[in-house]
Ligand binder design. Structure first.
Ligand SMILES: *[C@@H]1O[C@H](CO)[C@@H](O)[C@H](O)[C@H]1NC(C)=O
Ligand SMILES: *[C@@H]1O[C@H](CO)[C@@H](O)[C@H](O)[C@H]1NC(C)=O
Ligand SMILES: *[C@@H]1O[C@H](CO)[C@@H](O)[C@H](O)[C@H]1NC(C)=O
Ligand SMILES: *[C@@H]1O[C@H](CO)[C@@H](O)[C@H](O)[C@H]1NC(C)=O
Ligand SMILES: *[C@@H]1O[C@H](CO)[C@@H](O)[C@H](O)[C@H]1NC(C)=O
Length: 303
């Protein structure tokens, strides 16, 4: 009897061990932590334990992240996909990772970040998008729902421009890396640079985050480009502006002349009217006077 229950217990333990030790080949599984760095993976690994909290896929050759499989890891808080060949992350890619705190997508070949890609990540604290040299811009409202995000690394990401609205939801942001990007500091970037000026985030690489074009702005730190840009964009006039100003001036001139003429005409008419009224008044006065003198105060008869 005792023997039977013991072997039963062993069987259960063994089963539990087999279930618990589910681990992708070529990865290393510790307690709720799976390390697949440098494992030569070209595809997302099978057999990941569903209770994984930390997953490192760094230094492999992944080209896509499958949203369905990734979405099964409901407890994931840390995901490192740096140093891969990822080309795009889409709206669905991280849809299931509601507990994620730290996401590293650095050193990939990202060209596309879909709108809303990061919006399911309400608790995200750190996002590293650095060293994606083909990523020229980010969609408007890219971080719309990441109100917890504190650190955003956008170094060496090939960014020319960013929309100010990309940052509208980032109320907790305190550290922003922007260096190593070929920023186009023209009037399209005005809103973003003014946002950088007024928000007073910490820019640890501020002096290296400089505009690369146009020539008159080359070398300016982007975090301080708001003021010169405001000056350039709000006072720099082109031929059309001058034509417009000339037209406005002409209109004002014509309007003024017309108004002066009208005033003159009115004045003359008024003078004339006043004159005739005075004459009439005088006549009436004379007439009343003569009546008053003639009859004995006929006024009370009217009442
Ligand atoms: C992964 O990519 C590196 C660099 O592109 C290459 O040298 C290596 O052969 C690739 N490995 C595999 C397994 O495809
Ligand atoms: C982002 O990733 C790059 C490259 O992997 C790394 O050098 C950098 O330190 C990371 N940024 C932060 C803030 O950890
Ligand atoms: C933010 O989240 C809410 C609710 O989850 C959603 O309706 C909204 O579209 C999201 N905003 C963005 C910019 O994704
Ligand atoms: C500013 O530069 C960007 C990127 O080079 C370009 O797409 C945009 O049209 C430019 N805007 C203006 C107002 O010149
Ligand atoms: C700025 O760039 C120089 C040269 O690339 C580098 O040595 C320095 O560490 C950078 N400074 C910061 C704050 O990133």
């Amino acid at each position: 009897m005792l023997y039977l229950s013991l072997s039963w217990l062993l069987l259960v333990l063994e089963l539990g061990l087999v279930l618990g030790s589910k681990c992708p080949t070529s990865c290393q599984c510790l307690a709720q932590e799976v390390l697949c760095s440098g494992a030569g993976l070209t595809e997302y690994p099978d057999n990941l334990p569903l209770d994984t909290r930390r997953l490192s896929l760094a230094h492999n050759n992944l080209t896509v992240l499958p949203s369905l499989e990734l979405g099964l890891l409901r407890d994931l808080v840390f995901l490192d996909c740096s140093h891969n060949q990822l080309k795009e992350v889409l709206e669905s890619t991280f849809a299931g990772l509601i507990r994620l705190l730290n996401l590293d997508l650095s050193c990939n070949q990202l060209t596309v970040v879909g709108p809303g890609t990061f919006s399911p990540l309400h608790g995200l604290l750190q996002l590293n998008l650095s060293h994606n040299p083909q990523l020229q811009t980010l969609p408007p409202n890219a971080f719309g729902n990441d109100s917890a995000l504190q650190l955003l690394d956008l170094r060496h990401a090939g960014l020319h421009r960013l929309d100010r609205t990309s940052f509208s939801g980032l109320s907790a942001l305190n550290t922003l890396y922007l260096s190593g990007n070929p920023w186009s500091c023209n009037c399209s970037l005005l809103d973003f640079t003014i946002f950088l000026l007024v928000k007073h985030h910490s820019y640890p690489d501020e002096l290296n985050a400089t505009c690369s074009e146009p020539v008159e702005m080359a070398g300016w730190p982007i975090a301080e480009a708001g003021n010169p840009l405001r000056y350039l964009c709000l006072t720099n006039l082109n031929v059309l502006d001058y034509l417009f100003l000339f037209l406005i001036g002409f209109c004002i001139f014509v309007g003024g002349t017309l108004a002066a003429w009208m005033t003159g005409v009115c004045a003359v008419l008024y003078q004339r009217a006043l004159h005739t009224a005075e004459e009439e008044d005088e006549e009436e006065h004379l007439w009343n006077h003569s009546r008053m003198q003639a009859g004995h105060d006929s006024f009370p008869h009217f009442i």
